[in-house]
Design a protein around this ligand. Structure first.
Ligand SMILES: [Zn+2]
Length: 276
C-alpha cells in the first residue's frame, strides 16, 4: 500500500508532466465515466491530499484517484510500451507529449470542482500538506483514547498519509506495540511529529528509509522483516495480520497487550508490498 510520501511524489510527477497542457484525448475505463470526454480541456494541476490525488481539468472537472493497494500512475511518451497490462488501466489522459495512465486505481471518479470537499473533506490534517496542523491531529487521535494506536494511525480521518509501513515503523520508534491504546502511548506528540519527519524526509526519493540508512535491506526497522533480527536488540521480529493488514513489531522493544510468541504458528511472513 503506497504511503503518503509516495502519493505526494506521484502528484508532483503528474503535475510537472501535465499542468498547462491541453488534453488531446481522454479514456475513462470505468463504467460510470465511459462516455466522458475531456479532450480539448487544459490540465490545471495535480495535488495530493493524504493518499488521494486530485487532478484538476478545465474549469469544472476534478479527477479524483486513489492508489489503494495495487494502483499506480505511469507517464509514457506516446508510442512507448506500457509497463503494466493495458487491461489494468482505469484512466488514460493524452497530451501531445505524455500519456498519463492510472493502473488498478482503487478510486477513479470525476467530480465537479466544487465537490472536492466531498471526497477529501473527511481527512485529518495532511502530513505533507500546506494545512498540516499537529495540534489538530493530536486532538483527533486523543478523541478515541482506548483505540489501538496502530489502527488510529492508519485512520486517515485522524491524520492523512500513514500506511502500513510507516505505522509499523512509527510504533517501533515510539517503543509501543500497535495494539497499545492511544492514551498509553508515552509521548504521542513526539510520535506525530516523527510521522511528519519521516514522510518529509522520504517524499523526494524512491527509497524510503526510517533508519537513516538508505542501503538496500537496511532502510526499515521492522516492516516486512518478519523473523529477521531486530536491529536494536537482536530479537526476531514478530508479525501477524490484522484485518488483512500485515503488522510487524519487535516483541522486546515494543512490549504491549498484543505481544505474542515470536513467529507464531510457523506462518510465512507476508511479502513486502510494492511501494514503487
Ligand atoms: Zn528489539
Amino acid at each position: 500500500m503506497p504511503e503518503g510520501d509516495t502519493v505526494w511524489r506521484t502528484a508532483r510527477h503528474l503535475d510537472e508532466a501535465l499542468t498547462g497542457r491541453l488534453l488531446t484525448r481522454t479514456d475513462f475505463r470505468v463504467p460510470a465515466y465511459a462516455t466522458l470526454d475531456l479532450a480539448g480541456r487544459l490540465v490545471i494541476g495535480t495535488v495530493s491530499r493524504g493518499k488521494h490525488l486530485l487532478t484538476r481539468i478545465g474549469e469544472e472537472h476534478t479527477l479524483h484517484t486513489h492508489l489503494k493497494m495495487e494502483g499506480s500512475w505511469h507517464l509514457y511518451h506516446p508510442g512507448t510500451r506500457w509497463r503494466r497490462p493495458p487491461h489494468e488501466a482505469r484512466v488514460v489522459l493524452h497530451t501531445a507529449e505524455w500519456l498519463a495512465v492510472g493502473f488498478a486505481l482503487g478510486v477513479t471518479e470525476v467530480v465537479h470542482r466544487d465537490e472536492e470537499g466531498d471526497v477529501v473533506g473527511h481527512l485529518g490534517p495532511d502530513l505533507l500538506g500546506p494545512d498540516w496542523d499537529e495540534d489538530e491531529a493530536l486532538r483527533r487521535l486523543a478523541g478515541e483514547p482506548s483505540r489501538p494506536v496502530g489502527v488510529a494511525l492508519l485512520d486517515q480521518r485522524n491524520l492523512a498519509g500513514v500506511g502500513n509501513m510507516y505505522m509499523a515503523e512509527l510504533c517501533f520508534l515510539a517503543g509501543v506495540h500497535p495494539d497499545t491504546p492511544v492514551a498509553e502511548v508515552p509521548d504521542l506528540r513526539r510520535l506525530v511529529r516523527r510521522a511528519r519527519q519521516v514522510l518529509e524526509a522520504n517524499k523526494q526519493r524512491v527509497q524510503q528509509a526510517t533508519t537513516g540508512d538508505l542501503r538496500r535491506g537496511r532502510q526499515l526497522w521492522v516492516y516486512a522483516r518478519g523473523r529477521e533480527r531486530c536491529r536494536r536488540c537482536g530479537t526476531p521480529i514478530s508479525y501477524d495480520e490484522n484485518a488483512g493488514r500485515p503488522r510487524y513489531w519487535c516483541p522486546r522493544c515494543q512490549p504491549g497487550p498484543g505481544s505474542r510468541p515470536v513467529a507464531a504458528a510457523g506462518a510465512e511472513p507476508p511479502e513486502g508490498l510494492d511501494l514503487s
